[in-house]
Design a protein around this ligand. Sequence first.
Ligand code: SIN
Ligand code: FE2
Length: 206
Amino acid sequence: MAQSIEVVPGLRHYPLYFDRAAQERLRDALDGVLAAAPLFQPRMPRTGKPFSVRMSNCGPLGWVSDEAGYRYQPGHPETGAPWPPIPEALLALWREIAPAAPPPEACLINVYAAGARMGLHQDRDEAELSAPVVSLSLGDTALFRVGGVTREASTRSFRLASGDAMTLGGPARLAFHGVDRILAGTSTLLAGSGRINLTMRRVTRA
Ligand code: SIN
Ligand code: FE2
């Protein structure tokens, strides 16, 4: 089993779970995914204010957000095409670090340019909350923040670097979390700079 650190109860951080060669293979597989499912600019419910990250998805379901709200849907919001399959290396990661969970149905792809961030939020649009959220990071290091299950709980931050995996499960499944900032120039993996985070989730009850 890979080495991991339990940062807060239920949040496990697996530094450099994917070595450089595995990161390069996944990066190249994502080129195909993003050719089939181009990045789109999500918008906040009601206000329509754009997120600072761009997104896409793979898997049977994808997470989208616009004026109508947050939701999972089987097709791309702009092209209507079904999402492409989740790359096998990510499915293998899920099987390895979430062996008790039913297979993931959604893999959200978040692309952070320098200056992008993600405010504190909970992942709670899923009906199956017994499965963890499993994430893998590529490219520049993120300063990731995690708190408790209420917005008022104290928070702490740590760095997620290229190749790092993380699970949010058990008591941390509904923990507030977000990305304070991207540390530009900390990785050479991606052309240009920036960061890609892949977040797999089980959506429907198994
Ligand atoms: C997310 O919570 O959707 C993304 C987290 C991350 O970018 O690490
Ligand atoms: Fe999240």
